[in-house]
Design a protein around this ligand. Structure first.
Ligand code: ARG
Length: 457
């Protein structure tokens, strides 16, 4: 098969070189964006009279046919044609000859592949935004399901202060909201058109880059043709965004894996989302959660992979860049699979409320509330801290809770304590006392929940 670039070559390419340099095995999935880009390019070429209107229409309709054939699995791919761009162009030429040979006027595969990637990433960002909103909706759904449930909040994985369960769920909504915003911000830099930068220098032909940018829905046109061919910042940024999302997913999974242990016993997972052991008949393992946590490795690895790829590349295009797609697709596919599964796991789990409640008074979750009570009575914070610390030590030794202490015992520690102290002792009371903006108490959580409901529709 004749190569599109074969003019100056006398020898055929070694088949091992073809196999080594091909990218069709992983870039075929760019076919749809590649055709979108080519059709916009053809329309622009006609508008500047490089193509006639008939030629443009012929090219666009044959590209439509090629798109349908690829979508239907009726298109033959071969390593000889290197990549998706060559496959589509040579199919076009095979069908309409010289007219097809005009399509690549005023562009190069260098700006073409970047255009394809940007269109692909832009579509992916829009899809990811929807998937993240689904996860947020699942957590909001949990807030309604678990209304009024109080659970321990932890720092250092040690019992700290009690909060509403909904406060946990909404914490995840916040994290995934920042992820959506981060993607939206990345989208701004993705949405700048490389098309028409040609190989590296632009072109002497009268192309109209604004027009192709507009046809493809780009916000603006990249201003420096040399920069365009070597720019993969947007991919680094994109996979970084994916990595932060995977970190958030992994945190959620880790937490639920811990909650699912017999030691914690906070969580029940449906059989459909757990798997068994081949030797221990009693086992039910949280494999889905573990694998979402584990997939993070593939997603995060794409960040150093791309940074190492672009480090030290001279201007402008270098063939190394062909490897960018492998990193990006791996990250995107791994993360998308997790995001698609997550909402049903979130919605399908159940808090073991009885067990949580039966242990809620363990671990002095109300100690901070007692200290703040003392502060409200005029005791300096550090003094209150010390007083409550001593009371906790006393209870610990006696095997009782702060709320079990009599008023006389409490007053022995601090004379300002009166019997209204029992309104803040106990985990539920301590949760109810939380009233600052953004806290895990009732008013704050329900206000934020209303906002989330409105925002997520
Ligand atoms: N398959 C190539 C890639 O993915 C397309 C660009 C090739 N450009 C070139 N000058 N050989 O990067």
């Amino acid at each position: 098969m004749a190569k599109a670039w074969g003019g100056r070559f006398q020898q055929a390419t070694d088949p091992r070189v073809e196999a080594f340099t091909e990218s069709i095995s992983f870039d075929a999935r760019l076919y749809e964006v590649d055709i979108r880009g080519s059709q916009a390019h053809a329309r622009m070429l006609a508008s500047v009279r490089i193509l006639t209107e008939e030629e443009r229409d012929q090219i666009c309709s044959v590209l439509d046919q090629i798109r349908s054939e690829i979508a239907a699995g009726q298109f033959r791919f071969t390593a000889e044609l290197e990549d998706i761009h060559m496959h589509i162009e040579s199919a076009l030429i095979a069908r309409i000859g010289d007219v097809g040979r005009k399509l690549h006027t005023g562009r190069s595969r260098n700006d073409q592949v970047s255009t394809d990637l940007k269109l692909y990433v832009r579509d992916a960002i829009d899809q990811l935004d929807g998937l993240l909103a689904e996860i947020q909706r699942a957590f909001v759904g949990r807030c309604e399901y678990d209304a009024g449930v109080v659970i321990p909040g932890y720092t250092h994985l040690q019992r700290a202060q009690p909060v509403l369960a909904a406060h946990y769920w909404l914490a995840y909504c916040e994290k995934f909201q920042r992820d959506r915003e981060r993607l939206a911000d990345c989208r701004k830099r993705v949405n700048i058109s490389p098309l028409g930068a040609a190989a590296l220098a632009g072109t002497s032909l009268p192309i109209n880059r604004e027009m192709t940018a507009q046809l493809l829905g780009f916000d603006s046109v990249a201003a420096n043709s040399l920069d365009v061919s070597s720019d993969r910042d947007y991919l680094v940024e994109f996979v970084f965004c994916l990595s932060v999302i995977s970190a958030h997913l992994s945190t959620w999974c880790e937490e639920w894996i811990i909650w699912f242990t017999t030691e914690f016993g906070f969580l029940k997972l449906p059989d459909a989302y757990t798997t068994g052991s081949s030797i221990m008949p009693q086992k039910r393992n949280p494999d889905v959660l573990e694998l979402i946590r584990g997939r993070t490795a593939r997603v995060m690895a794409s960040v150093p992979q791309l940074l190492i790829l672009i480090k030290s590349l001279p201007m402008a295009y270098n063939r190394d860049l062909q490897e960018d797609k492998l990193a990006m697709f791996t990250a995107l596919d791994s993360l998308s699979a997790c995001l698609e599964l997550a909402p049903s796991v979130i919605a399908g789990a159940e808090l073991n409320v009885k067990k949580i409640e039966s242990r809620l008074e363990d671990g002095f979750l109300d100690a901070t509330a007692l200290m703040e009570y003392l502060i409200r009575k005029g005791v300096p914070m550090r003094t209150g801290h010390e007083t409550v610390g001593q009371l906790v030590a006393k209870c610990d030794a006696a095997g009782c809770r702060l709320a079990d202490l009599s008023l006389v015992e409490l007053q022995a520690a601090c004379s300002c304590i009166s019997d209204d102290v029992y309104q803040i002792l106990g985990a539920r009371n301590a949760m109810k006392a939380l009233c600052s903006y953004g806290s895990g108490g009732e008013a704050s959580v329900s206000a934020r929940l209303d906002e989330w409901r409105k925002r997520l529709g």
